[in-house]
Design a protein around this ligand. Sequence first.
Ligand code: GTP
Ligand code: MG
Length: 214
Amino acid sequence: MNPLFVTATNTNVGKTYTTLKLIESFSKEGISVGVCKPIETGVITEPLDAKALLDTVKQYNSAFQDLTPRDITAYTFKLPAAPFCADKTQIIRIEKIKTKILELQKLCDLLIIEGAGGLMVPITKEYRMIDLAKDLNLKTLLVTPSKLGCINDTLLSMEALKKYDIPFDWCVNLFEDKHEFNEVTKPYYDAVFTHWWCLDKGIKSFTLKTIEES
Ligand code: GTP
Ligand code: MG
C-alpha cells in the first residue's frame, strides 16, 4: 500500500491523536502498520510523538519491536519551531528523510507518516511539508480542528492540496469548541461538502475504503 501522510491545518490540531487511532484501526483490519515521524522539533530528551506512535505500533507489528523512537525519525531538534528554524546549522537533507521512509516501509504493509505542523511548514528554505507529500506521491489525510476559525484554515489547506494535485481525504477532529461546532461550523460543511466526517465516527469507513482502494 502507498504510505498515508497525516497532516493538519496547523500544529496541535491532533495529528498524533489521529495517527494513533489509525494505527489501531488498520491493525484491527489485519494490516501490518508502521509509523514514521520524519522530523520532530521541541525534543528535549526523547521525541515524544515518535515514542507514542512507536509504542502503539509495537503492540501490533513485531517488525518495529527493536526500534527506538529516534529510529522512526530522520531528524529531531530541541527548539519547538518549524524545522527550518529549529535546524540552526542547516543540516537537513531531504534525501535522508526519503531514505528513512523507504527503510521503514519495508517493515510494514502500510506506513503512516505524521507531518510536522501544517502543509506549508518549511523543512528547508525551499522545501515544505507539502513538497514531501507531492514528491513521494503520498495519499494524504488532512486533520482539521473544530474550534471557531476552522472553516478558513480548512479551506486554505484544501486549496493548497488541490493546487499541488495531491489526492486527499479530510476529517474533523471534534475536540475544541465541540459544543459550538454544530451551530458555528457544521452548517457550512453540510451545505458545501457531499461527504465529510468526524474522526470519532468515520475512522472505520476511512480504513475500509483505503484498504479497498489499495
Ligand atoms: P504537533 O505534532 O505538535 O504539531 O501536534 P499534533 O497535531 O500531533 O496534535 P496532538 O495530536 O498532539 O494533539 C494536541 C493535544 O490535544 C494533545 O494533548 C492531545 O492528546 C489532545 N487532543 C487532540 N485531539 C484530541 C481529541 O480528539 N480528544 C482528546 N481527548 N484529546 C485530544
Ligand atoms: Mg504530533
